[in-house]
Design a protein around this ligand. Structure first.
Ligand code: UN1
Length: 503
């Protein structure tokens, strides 16, 4: 069966109307084979605005549904995702090029956040606060905020939507979703799975989830719309620089999850086998196209000549090929632009004195697809392209002698998403996690930079945008807080001892 026929087969099975992926003028290409697999139609700016109005009306109904009942919808979504896991994972492999276990892993991440959000629906806690006035009570409540606009990227086209949608829905918000232009098919599939859950739920208002397939114009309407109090956007730092100020200009709130330039430090005491395996997955997994992918490694001088040759051997031996027909560990890059960016990064690294292992184009049997061997680049300096995010499997490796210096360099980039240290020395580990250690939103010990679980808050500092999604108390960004003071006494004492006696 051709890839195009296979995707149509899966989408039909999931209940997606065939007109939605066969009748538009935007061609969708599988990065695996380079062939056209579908075509979709863009919604207009006017339709986007109308959809937001409808989502706002749905919000007015949904906010009154008790939160645990809202959690029931998300529980059903989790059930539907479990049932559709294989099909959805396969779509991700076809549309994004992820290997099978990573495609399935992304769907598992969605199931996990649904479980989390279902429990959360009974835990949207506010505080009770001591008051300075007798006969008074002070408390805070968390209320639903409104329509949440979700702008998602191609590399986690389904999981990042679900982090936002599952939380927003239990919080009482409605969701308008603009997916990456590269991944409309998995979005159509997710929307169809959501509709199944909503149908089982029974009385879900129309407009809880609206999928808007389209280009920049759609994103702009969403970003500027006064009825969208929260925009959650995942993508490049360049995108975030535009979205952040525009949302702020209308006093909206944004949750930004932008670029990463994640580093690992390999210390003298490191368990080298473990570090090797973790770095291999962190840097080569998902063909280096995670925002959490490891892009820089600092190796202590005393173990460099032992460790780095082993790492290079792993780079030479890793299998690269179609995730649909082989069990290769590394699939294709998303498109020609990504492949060119990788090429350029390697050229720039060489100009700075870097020694490149790998990085060459690979003939996987599809002339229109973009396969490359992951590249490891030994760098004499921490400068230039090393300090920028290249969304491709390029790992820069540098020697260090002093941990303070390695931590300083790891922090000396714009992005602040993820980081790790490999050490069995507790002092080094604690220094890395301390206030003077890693400045990232994620700082790990003896595991890789990528592959975070949903239970923690996910996101990063500086040019990563500062947003937090997924677990912990990230839900608070999807609600508004009301502080309530209630006077049950017969007096009206003013706070701070102020008196204002009217005659
Ligand atoms: C992303 O690349 O945008 O931590 C998200 C990870 C995944 C999520 C990545 N759980 O690598």
């Amino acid at each position: 069966m051709s890839v195009k026929a296979e995707i149509a087969d899966i989408l039909t099975r999931l209940g997606v109307n065939s007109a939605s992926y066969t009748s538009g003028s935007t061609k969708i290409i599988s990065p695996v084979t380079g062939e056209e697999i579908a075509s979709v139609a863009d919604v207009s700016a006017a339709d986007t605005s109308a959809a937001i109005d409808k989502a706002h009306e749905a919000f007015k109904v949904w906010r009154n549904v008790p939160a645990p009942r809202r959690g029931e919808l998300v529980r059903l979504l989790g059930e539907e995702l479990r049932a559709a896991k294989e099909d959805l994972g396969r779509i991700i492999s076809i549309e994004v090029g992820k290997i099978t276990s990573e495609g399935l892993g992304e769907i598992q991440e969605m199931i996990d956040i649904c479980d989390f959000a279902t429990g959360l629906s009974r835990q949207l806690y506010g505080l009770t606060i001591a008051t300075e006035r007798p006969g008074h009570r002070m408390m805070e409540q968390w209320h639903p905020v409104g329509v949440v606009g979700v702008i998602s990227a191609f590399n986690f086209p389904a999981a990042v939507w679900s982090w936002n949608a599952a939380l927003a829905l239990v919080c009482g918000d409605t969701v308008v979703w603009k997916p990456s232009e590269k991944t409309p098919l998995i979005s159509l599939a997710c929307a169809a799975v959501f509709e199944k859950a909503a149908a089982r739920f029974g009385d879900a208002p129309d407009g809880l989830l609206t999928l808007l397939i389209g280009d920049r114009a759609v994103g702009e309407v969403l970003v500027d719309h006064p009825k969208v109090p929260v925009i959650s956007a995942t993508g490049s730092t360049r995108m975030g620089r535009e979205v952040g100020p525009r949302v702020a200009a209308r006093f909206g709130r944004s949750i930004l999850e932008l670029g990463g330039n994640n580093a690992g430090i390999v210390c003298p005491s490191a368990d080298q086998d473990m570090a090797l395996a973790a770095i291999a997955f962190g840097a080569m997994g998902t063909a280096g196209q995670r925002c959490t992918s490891q892009r820089r490694t600092f190796v202590h001088d005393s173990i460099y000549d032992e460790f780095v040759p082993r790492l290079k051997a792993a780079y030479k031996s890793v299998t690269v090929g179609s995730p649909l027909t082989t069990d290769a560990l590394v699939g294709p890059l998303i498109d020609a632009r990504a492949s060119d960016a990788m090429e350029r990064a390697l050229e720039q690294a060489k100009a700075l004195g870097g020694t490149v292992t790998g990085g060459e184009k690979i003939d996987a049997g599809y002339p229109n697809a973009h396969y490359r061997r992951p590249a490891i680049v030994e760098m004499p300096v921490h400068a230039g392209i090393v300090c920028e995010e290249t969304f491709a499997p390029v790992l820069f490796v540098m020697r260090y002698t002093d941990l303070d210096d390695a931590i300083e360099k790891q922090n000396a980039v714009g992005a602040g998403l993820s980081s790790t240290i490999f050490t069995l020395d507790m002092r080094e580990a604690e220094q890395f996690l301390s206030v003077a250690g890693s400045d990232c939103g994620i700082a790990n010990v003896n595991i890789g930079t990528s592959g975070a679980e949903i239970g923690g808050a996910f996101g990063g500092e500086k040019e990563t945008g500062g947003g937090r999604e997924s677990g912990s108390d990230a839900w608070k960004a999807y609600m508004r807080r009301a502080t309530n003071t209630i006077n049950y006494s017969r007096e009206l004492p003013l706070a701070q001892g102020v008196s204002f006696d009217i005659a």
